[in-house]
Ligand binder design. Structure first.
Ligand code: CP
Length: 322
């Protein structure tokens, strides 16, 4: 595996899940793979889970880890070519990438959507420059339009907790005071469309996700209808993806708190498990009682981030040996 940005990079999902459960049973089985290898984790944005779980995964595999917070202590980076750099940005990404790459064997990048240009975000301008100019295997730690380490952890969690062979999984939009990227719902849809689940997406009108990720999934605008018979409820906010009205890209179009997942919503389901990638705004996205209920999987889901990252980094290390 040379890059990890979407579900297709994993290939056969059954095989990927088998590797995940192997790692879960024997976390240090591949400790020798990363000897004398260095994993560089570059953060353009904040993180708790990704920062910790990916470091742990790299160490499970015997790697050294370097973490760089670009906005804390590094030179401010220019990302646009052709700019006259007479402002506050001292270094260009086009020099910084090969320099950083010279110190490591694998690179993880976190770079959120900026909401300045839908085209820049949806072409993954920052992540793709790392892929193009680093000469090293690159994995997404949440980019502008995808969060595949999270979605793989979500899939592992669903596989662990499912009660039927083909559970009904519902991705629901929920309100939030700020404009959030579509990376998590996009990748969740990307994975669920390839998994053995009945997948439904529900959101207010105007929040249609990009067709590249929705593919054949059922989209149901009536949240109650979507929840009926669900085995898993996956809540997430996202700002307008600008699919039907590009001028609305990145806007908050709806603040309707009736979309907040509460115990009444959960009563419409088949005693569903509740999921969210975290961090979560309580009583905006989900009420206290739902997130604290025994059916809430948010903690095991976050714990599985170590497992998904270990599988991905293991495959990248194995590819370096080939
Ligand atoms: N779910 C997730 O990626 O969490 P962080 O933003 O804290 O890394």
């Amino acid at each position: 595996m040379k890059t990890y940005t979407n579900v297709f990079d994993l290939g056969d999902l059954k095989q990927a899940l088998a590797e995940a459960f192997e790692i879960k049973r024997e976390r240090y089985k591949y400790e020798a793979l990363g000897r004398h290898r260095t994993c560089l984790l570059i953060f353009f944005n904040n993180s708790l889970r990704t920062r910790l779980s990916t470091q742990k995964a790299a160490r499970n595999l015997g790697m050294d880890v370097i973490v760089l917070d670009v906005n804390q202590g590094a030179w401010k980076l220019e990302t646009e070519r052709g700019v006259v750099m007479d402002g506050d940005k001292s270094e260009h990404l086009l020099e910084a990438i090969p320099v950083m790459a010279s110190y490591c064997d694998l690179i993880g990048v976190r770079s959120f959507a900026r909401f300045e240009s839908r085209e820049d975000d949806y072409t993954e301008k920052i992540l793709n420059q790392f892929i193009q100019y680093s000469g090293k295997p690159v994995f997404s730690m949440e980019a502008a339009t995808g969060h595949p380490l999270q979605a793989f952890a979500d899939l592992i969690t669903i596989e662990e907790y499912k009660r039927t062979q083909r559970p009904k999984v519902v991705l629901t939009w929920a309100p939030h005071p700020k404009a959030l990227p579509q990376a998590v719902p996009n990748s969740f849809a990307d994975f669920m469309n390839e998994a053995e689940v009945d997948f439904v997406i529900t959101h207010p009108e105007g929040y249609e996700l990009d067709p590249k990720f929705v593919r054949g999934a059922r989209v149901e605008y009536d949240q109650r209808k979507a929840f009926e018979g669900a085995d898993f409820i996956y809540a997430k906010n996202w700002a307008c993806p600008g699919v039907t009205r590009p001028e609305d890209y990145g806007k908050v179009l709806c603040r309707d708190r009736s979309w907040t997942v509460d115990s009444e919503h959960m009563s419409w389901t088949n005693n569903a498990c509740f999921m969210h990638c975290l961090p979560v705004r309580r009583n905006m996205i989900v009420t206290d009682d739902v997130i604290e209920a025994p059916t809430s999987l948010v903690i095991p889901e976050a714990a599985n981030r170590e497992i998904s990252a270990t599988v991905v980094l293991k495959r990248m290390l194995q590819a370096l040996q080939d």
